[in-house]
Design a binder for this molecule. Structure first.
Ligand SMILES: [Zn+2]
Length: 73
């Protein structure tokens, strides 16, 4: 499994640079898209920031990435 996450600080990077931080159960923005999951990712080889990504888990398409800086986790 390989895909690119567009880090808001570093730009597009391979997923290998990130550490998966689990699914976000209650996203701030709820969308009714099938297969779309909200996940935390930690950019361990980049800015060392926590990010929130919207990913379609059936196609591995990353829909959006935003910073989780300043949010309780
Ligand atoms: Zn980054």
């Amino acid at each position: 499994m390989s895909f690119v996450l567009h880090c808001p600080h570093c730009g597009p990077r391979e997923v290998y640079e990130f550490r998966y931080g689990g699914q976000i159960v209650s996203p701030p923005v709820v969308r009714n898209l099938p297969g779309v999951q909200h996940e935390r990712w930690y950019h361990r080889h980049g800015c060392k920031q926590w990010l929130a990504a919207e990913r379609n888990v059936t196609t591995n398409e990353v829909l959006s990435v935003r910073s989780l800086e300043g949010e309780a986790g």
